[in-house]
Design a protein around this ligand. Sequence first.
Ligand SMILES: CC(C)(COP(=O)(O)OP(=O)(O)OC[C@H]1O[C@@H](n2cnc3c(N)ncnc32)[C@H](O)[C@@H]1OP(=O)(O)O)[C@@H](O)C(=O)NCCC(=O)NCCS
Length: 221
Amino acid sequence: MYVARIADLRPGQAGLLDEHEAWRLARLQPGQDRDRFLLAAALLRAAAGLQAGIAPAAVAVDRSCDECGKPHGRPRLPGSGLAAAISHSGDLAAVALTAAGPVGVDVEAISAGPDHALLDLVCTAAERAFVSTGSDFFSYWTRKEAVLKATGQGLRLPMTELTVAPPGRPAALVTFGGGQPPPCQLADLTVGAGYAAAAAVLTDLPVTFSTLDGGPMLRRL
Ligand SMILES: CC(C)(COP(=O)(O)OP(=O)(O)OC[C@H]1O[C@@H](n2cnc3c(N)ncnc32)[C@H](O)[C@@H]1OP(=O)(O)O)[C@@H](O)C(=O)NCCC(=O)NCCS
């Protein structure tokens, strides 16, 4: 997984975006949402270009939504053999790339403990017993959202429909939608103080997860 910060943004990075991304960027208000979107789009091309041995500008990205076809869905890298996932929160963007199987990633800035309504949206009754801090809560959140991005369902499947190992125990998908969970390698990742992060790959083979600083390559663009 590659991570970059808003401080790594450079003016030339906007020139990497394709027409669909430029259209989305133009509709975002100046501020952190806009910066994070641009940062993640540039990081995706820089990281995928590095893996494929081609220039970032030559990386093709398809963001067609599985539901409606609009360019706001999971990113795909046609012809690369790589699966990709994006997440952004606070001043961070994260991009996961792998040839091992469908991938999902989630990063979240950790805030104080959640209110009850949010806790009920994310955790089952049994899981709620393990939440006493914001860090516990965002451990559940990121583990579950990483899995839901890997399956491509996103939040169309309520987070309470899957269960994961509790905070402090090795990350693992335990139950999924009442049926057999898909084969899934799940891991917590360290991206910086004040953030929780997790990545999931849908495969029964072992996966080595690593976090790389994408800042230097982005600042050169
Ligand atoms: C995917 C989702 C969980 C991300 O939520 P979030 O925590 O606000 O945002 P994150 O920063 O962690 O992730 C955003 C990224 O998820 C990716 N993404 C969007 N839909 C996705 C999906 N179905 N599966 C996997 N990844 C998806 C995009 O790359 C997006 O990045 P972008 O905004 O730069 O394009 C949420 O947006 C969602 O559930 N979307 C799908 C809902 C849907 O399909 N609705 C039908 C629309 S027609």
